[in-house]
Write a protein that binds this ligand. Structure first.
Ligand code: ZN
Length: 226
């Protein structure tokens, strides 16, 4: 029987980064040892959940979608509140764009750790990156290291949070996906902040994605298959 500790749970949002992480986990642990979890946090674009399910199906791994209603109830950010338009401009007080959902990654990883605990899995994989253009504080390595320590203490288990993209640029993330055989799955991913498919090409998320593929000299399967 496979060592349970050598299994991994990938937090899969249906986007480019988490899909790359899924292929990283498959490469490292083997297809049969990888599960995925997706959070329905009341995001404006339900398409993200469909994309996560499709990516998982395409890759050949299971996907569990867990509901978290509270973030949308809190509101105040453009990813959960349809009244707020997506903008890449920084808020003068916080220095963060209005796409920042306070605590989102902390909550995701805490629920993911609880789910992994139930499954007997000790490896969590998340696509957070410090180089993320928005500078979300919950994507920083410091935050993740501290959270891992908190989870280890709070759950009394040796959970490890893997962040394979932490120090990669978008270009390097695209190259990693290519090297891991993850490019075909990119056709099923979703990035656009406006929830459009084919992607709008105008919003900050679309622009960042397009820049990464362009710099890597690779055609984006999402755009070419549209
Ligand atoms: Zn877009």
């Amino acid at each position: 029987m496979q060592d349970e500790k050598q299994k991994a749970l990938v937090v899969l949002s249906g986007g480019q980064d988490s899909t790359t992480c899924l292929y990283w986990a498959i490469d490292r642990y083997g297809l049969a040892a990888v599960d995925t979890v997706t959070f329905d946090y009341g995001q404006r674009h339900h398409i993200e959940l469909d994309c996560a399910a499709k990516v998982a199906e395409f890759a050949g791994v299971s996907n569990t979608c867990l509901p978290i209603d509270t973030l949308a109830a809190l509101g105040g950010d453009s990813l959960t509140d349809p009244e707020i338009g997506v903008s890449s401009e920084m808020d003068a007080d916080t220095g963060l764009p209005n796409t920042f959902v306070p605590g989102r990654n902390l909550i995701f990883l805490t629920y993911a750790a609880a789910f992994a605990y139930r499954l007997g899995i000790r490896n969590l994989v998340t696509g957070v990156a410090q180089t993320d253009y928005s500078g979300y504080p919950d994507c920083r390595e410091e935050t993740i290291v501290a959270l891992q320590e908190t989870l280890r203490l709070g759950m009394e288990c040796d959970v490890t949070i893997h962040t394979p993209l932490m120090h990669l640029s978008k270009k390097e993330t695209v190259e990693l996906a290519r090297d891991l055989g993850g490019l075909p799955a990119m056709a099923y991913t979703h990035t656009c902040y406006n929830g459009e498919r084919p992607p709008c090409g105008q919003c900050p998320a679309c622009e960042l994605r397009a820049k990464g593929f362009a710099e890597a000299g690779i055609a984006d399967p999402l755009v070419t298959s549209a």
